[in-house]
Design a binder for this molecule. Structure first.
Ligand code: IPD
Ligand code: CA
Ligand code: CA
Ligand code: CA
Length: 270
């Protein structure tokens, strides 16, 4: 079964209104001091605004779409076991470290899935006021303007790759030797500190790929839909399909460089 088109359009329009409203709230509230706490380690930050923004979506969705579920980073949504029905996969602030330290370069990310299929993606760069959107089968947009499909041929040695330098150090997830060769091979690397924005930039064609070893469903749910709509491809870093209920390694990129990175450069350890 697929989501009924008219219903989908209506949900998209509603989600867009809420995302813009949530962004407006964040911009207002961040002018005042806010509480910053740590989660799993001293560098894993969370603020009142992360929590309140997620609560905002939980309340909206529960009152407007009581049959929908919400799967969010800060845990105010539902305890999701399956992707049956309509599930909003929400990262209220993606790039909290940027939010705290830079007061910019963070995003609200919302993927809306129906029976496991990504139907809608929204990524809102809050301070730039740029909204990336996609509806499955209907293309991707940046502030309402269509994004071009990634049709120009792409070569790895002329590519810009987003990657966190951490993965080039000795680590438990990926062989560092392959990553060293990859960093040498590509034209340049970047690290933006928001997975959602890194997906959006791949879709926009301003970077050619984003490779990382550990992301949660809310980091990627929207981005996967948007990248797909311009003809890009997203898998785990070993080429396997992504599991939207678990942690994944991720390679999202232009089609032409995807297989080569998987085959020649990535050696997963776990
Ligand atoms: C993080 C950001 C970051 C990525 C981390 C994510 P958060 O999300 O997307 O760029 O490297 O793995 O956890 O915690 O800021 O929402
Ligand atoms: Ca976080
Ligand atoms: Ca995130
Ligand atoms: Ca977050």
């Amino acid at each position: 079964l697929v989501m009924e088109k008219q219903a989908r359009q209506q949900i998209f329009e509603q989600a867009k209104v809420w995302v813009l409203e949530a962004g407006e709230q964040i911009r207002k509230r961040m002018e005042q001091p806010f509480k910053v706490e740590t989660k799993s380690n001293p560098n894993d930050l969370v603020t009142e605004l992360d929590k309140d923004t997620e609560r905002f979506f939980v309340e909206k969705i529960r009152s407007h779409y009581p049959e929908h579920q919400l799967f969010g980073e800060e845990g105010f949504g539902d305890d999701i076991q399956t992707l049956d029905g309509t599930v909003w996969i929400v990262d209220p602030i993606d790039g909290t470290m940027n939010f705290v330290h830079q007061k910019r370069n963070f995003a609200i990310s919302i993927g809306i899935y129906y029976d496991g299929i990504g139907e809608i993606g929204l990524i809102y760069d809050v301070m730039a006021d740029v909204l990336y959107t996609a509806i499955r089968g209907e293309g991707a947009y940046k502030n309402g303007e269509p994004l071009e499909r990634l049709e120009e041929p792409q070569e790895l040695d002329k590519s810009i790759l987003a990657i966190n330098s951490f993965w080039a150090l000795r680590n438990k997830r990926v062989g560092e030797e392959g990553i060293h060769r990859l960093v040498e091979k590509v034209r340049g690397t970047r690290s933006f500190g928001s997975a959602a924005l890194e997906f959006a930039f791949v879709a926009e064609g301003i970077i050619d790929g984003y490779l990382t070893m550990s992301l949660m469903p809310w980091d990627i749910a929207a981005g996967i839909v948007i990248v797909e709509e311009v003809g890009g491809i997203t898998t785990q870093a070993n080429g396997q399909p992504v599991n939207m209920l678990e942690k994944n390694s991720i390679l999202t990129s232009h089609r032409d460089i995807h297989q080569e990175i998987v085959n020649e450069y990535v050696e997963l350890k776990i």
